[in-house]
Design a protein around this ligand. Structure first.
Ligand code: ADP
Length: 744
């Protein structure tokens, strides 16, 4: 930012004033005898003392009592000595007390010299005398004339300076100058009374008068300060509350920063405010915004303010500098420190969130004591609220980013994906689903899945999700009107706390596989039928041959046994394949009421011996009953047999197998729990596929075809039910297969 005091015109003006004022003073006074100067030894310190009783009026206007002392001096000792006193006093004040730098001091000294010299001469010109001996109306009017001329010189110089600084002259002439002028006119009476008191009664009377006046002023100022402090505290609290609420409600970074600025400018008298955000990963300030009195000033960094902000964040420090001297002592001091435009007060706090510094707010003011200790606390509260809001903004952006990323990934997937919450409302869909069912996000997101999709299989699935009937992973097959075959995989969505939060349904186009499978089925059917009869014949002839053969050697017996077992295995495979095909073709037409409790007991009885041979404990628990379903008894028994058969196969010797039947609501549940090798979660979705065999350790010796479970699934689905498995995949903890069927 271009600094105003650097302007050459302004400097020329300041030093020109000093030259003219000082020159005139010297011209008028070089012949004065020594004793004339002596009162200055007392008057200059008095002017300095009185000057420290500066008043701040509303609207940032300052009023100093040096007018009273200067007028007193002019009426008592004449214009020249008054001008010397005023200019030396203000020079010392600017240089050593306010530390404003040489240009400002030169301007003030020159201006004061001119004011009181010109004022005093004008006073003499209208018949005014010094020392003032009496206070008739005419004397008072002359004193007033003196003051008005001095005030005119003062306003003219200040006006020119404002113009050179590019500030509004109108504001000064309309608001500031008249207000100070009116109050200072009151001072004229005090100055005149003091001068007359001095000449009539003596210096002690004036000193006493002064002392009483200063005391009264000091008390008045004290009272005002206390009440201002109270008012300010109340305003701070109210303001903080308001700003806090506003800030918390915004999720947009720029808006949030503007709100922080509004909050700060409502609460504090800052001329420049820098909000700097810190990027902990890159270890640098990531964003700096500068505001001046008129709002957002510029996005490019303000060198020393951002340097100070970076320093605060790095060191985790706060700063509060209340005057030019303290500003000069800051770790990073502003350029042009000491000049009239250099900050006289600086306040800097950190924005802390979860113990991390996420940025800093630094405010400056050209006025000393613009910020107090309590302002620092209030600013810290505000900064921390802002930090939380910024954190929210960051999280929101991150979520938005990951959402965008997730969306892109999901859209790139060819499978159609639908994610629902626990109540079955659609939370997410990808491009493939939209294309498959002609959906739009507006008409899908947030609506129940059953209302969004039209396909009966999906509607059924959606209804079960909505009723909370879906327990584990499920696989469904469906066919579209255009003949395409889809395989739907439903899986629960589990959050990091292992809580189920919804479901994901992935639909894969398996038309090609389906066609292959059809082909395979036909081949299997043909091959099985053609193989079954010759195989049975071969097995029969082999048995007859064996019976007719004379005594066999051990080797021959062993070979004959192997032939027999292998023929049996092939026979079983063919039977299972035919069974599967039969079920797929839905060849069981007989539908009858079946009591699943009775079926379970029969199945367990038929498998009992096999379990006994492996020294396993096999039992059935039927809770209440009857547990009636509608269906094909033989097929249902077959499904349960397959599950029990697997449980026996995949459970080592000495294990346990429990079959349980119960009814709940409108459904009959069967479960087969074993203590076997278990099924690792990653293969669980595949075990119901045809010919799939999981080869986990401990099952190498177990023979099988990979058809049993797909048969179970076919049968259960044809009965309108579901089958699923629960297993942690830990050997010894086993698996539990569940079947749920609609109750009759
Ligand atoms: P298989 O003829 O191989 O038993 P299934 O279709 O009946 O074929 O089962 C498929 C796969 O599922 C099996 O190969 C096995 O790995 C696994 N499986 C089925 N039931 C169990 C069980 N109770 N315990 C452990 N694994 C099982």
């Amino acid at each position: 930012m271009k600094r105003v005091e650097d302007s050459l015109a302004l400097r020329l003006f300041a030093w020109g004033l000093l030259l003219v004022g000082g020159g005139l003073l010297i011209l008028f006074s070089y012949r004065f005898p020594l004793h004339v100067w002596l009162p200055l030894l007392f008057l200059v310190p008095l002017a300095l003392l009185v000057d420290s009783f500066t008043f701040q009026l509303a609207g940032g206007v300052y009023l100093s009592f040096e007018t009273v002392v200067c007028l007193f001096c002019a009426l008592l000792l004449g214009p020249v000595i008054a001008a010397w006193m005023a200019s030396i006093g203000v020079l010392l004040d600017e240089l050593f007390l306010l530390r404003r730098g040489p240009h400002v001091a030169a301007r003030s000294a020159g201006m004061y010299a001119l004011m009181w010299l010109v004022g005093g001469l004008a006073y003499q010109a209208v018949g005014g005398t010094f020392p003032l001996m009496q206070l008739e109306w005419i004397d008072l009017l002359r004193a007033l004339f003196l003051f008005l001329v001095a005030a005119l010189v003062n306003r003219t110089a200040m006006g020119i300076e404002r113009l050179l600084r590019g500030l509004s002259l109108r504001e000064y002439l309309v608001y500031i100058a008249p207000r100070t002028l009116l109050i200072e006119i009151g001072f004229v009476v005090i100055g005149a009374v003091m001068a007359v008191t001095y000449t009539r009664i003596g210096p002690i009377a004036v000193t006493l008068l002064m002392a009483v006046m200063l005391l009264a002023l000091a008390m008045f100022r004290q009272l005002r300060e206390v009440s201002q402090k109270l008012e300010r505290r109340l305003a701070l609290l109210g303001g903080l509350n308001y700003v806090g609420r506003l800030i918390g409600a915004s999720l947009e970074l720029d808006r949030l920063l503007d709100l922080v600025y509004e909050g700060v400018s409502n609460l504090f008298d800052a001329s420049l405010l820098c909000i700097a955000l810190y990027d902990p990963e890159r270890k640098e300030l990531s964003c700096q915004v500068l505001y001046d009195k008129n709002g957002r000033h510029m996005d490019q960094p303000h060198e020393w303010l951002s340097e100070l902000a970076a320093y605060l964040v790095e060191r985790r420090e706060l700063v509060l500098a209340r005057n030019a001297e303290e500003v000069g002592r800051l770790p990073v001091s502003p350029e042009g420190a000491g000049s009239s435009e250099a900050p006289q007060s600086v306040l800097g706090v950190l924005m802390m969130s979860k113990g991390r510094a996420v940025g800093a707010i630094v405010a400056q003011s050209p006025r000393p004591d613009a910020f107090a200790q309590e302002d620092q606390e209030a600013m810290m509260t505000l900064a921390n609220q802002a930090a939380i809001a910024l954190e929210n903004v960051r999280l929101f952006r991150e979520v938005e980013q990951s959402r965008g990323y997730l969306r892109a990934v999901l859209d790139a997937v060819d499978n159609a994906l639908v994610v629902t919450d626990m109540s079955g409302r659609v939370r997410l869909i990808n491009r493939a689903v939209k294309e498959l069912f002609g959906l739009s996000e507006e008409r899908a997101l947030g609506y129940p899945l059953r209302e969004v999709v039209r396909h009966p299989v999906l509607v059924g699935l959606a209804e079960r999700i909505a009723r909370g009937e879906v327990v584990g992973s499920e696989v469904v097959q469906m066919e579209l009107d255009d003949g395409r075959a889809l395989m739907g995989y439903l899986d629960p969505v589990i959050d990091p706390q292992r809580e189920r939060i919804g479901y994901v349904i992935a639909l894969a186009d398996v038309t090609a596989i389906h066609e292959l499978s059809e082909l395979k089925s036909t081949m299997i059917r043909v091959a099985s039928h053609d193989l079954r009869n010759p195989l049975h014949l071969a097995a029969g002839f082999f048995r007859i041959l064996l019976d007719d053969l004379p005594q066999l050697s051990e080797l021959q017996k062993d070979l004959a046994h192997r032939v027999q077992t292998n023929l049996d295995t092939i026979g079983r495979l063919i039977d299972e394949l035919l069974n599967l095909e039969r079920v797929e073709e839905a060849q069981f037409t007989r539908q009858e009421p079946v009591d699943m409790g009775a079926v379970a007991q029969e199945v367990v009885q038929s498998q009992f011996l096999r379990a006994e041979l492996k020294r396993q404990r096999l039992w059935v628990e039927v809770e209440g009953g009857p547990h009636r379903v509608k269906g094909n008894r033989r097929m249902l028994a077959q499904a349960l047999t397959n599950l029990v058969d697997n449980a026996i196969k995949y459970t080592p010797e000495g294990g346990e197998i429990e079959v349980r039947v119960r009814s709940e609501g409108k459904r009959v549940f069967l479960s087969v729990r074993d203590t076997g090798v278990g099924i690792p979660p990653e293969v669980q979705p595949r075990i119901f596929e045809q010919f799939f065999r999981a080869r986990q350790p401990g099952t190498e010796e177990v023979s099988g075809t990979g058809v049993g479970l797909s048969l179970v699934q076919q049968i259960v689905q044809q009965h309108g039910g579901q089958v699923w498995v629960e297993s942690e995949g830990i050997p010894g903890k086993g698996s539990t297969f569940h079947i749920a069927l609609p109750a009759l």
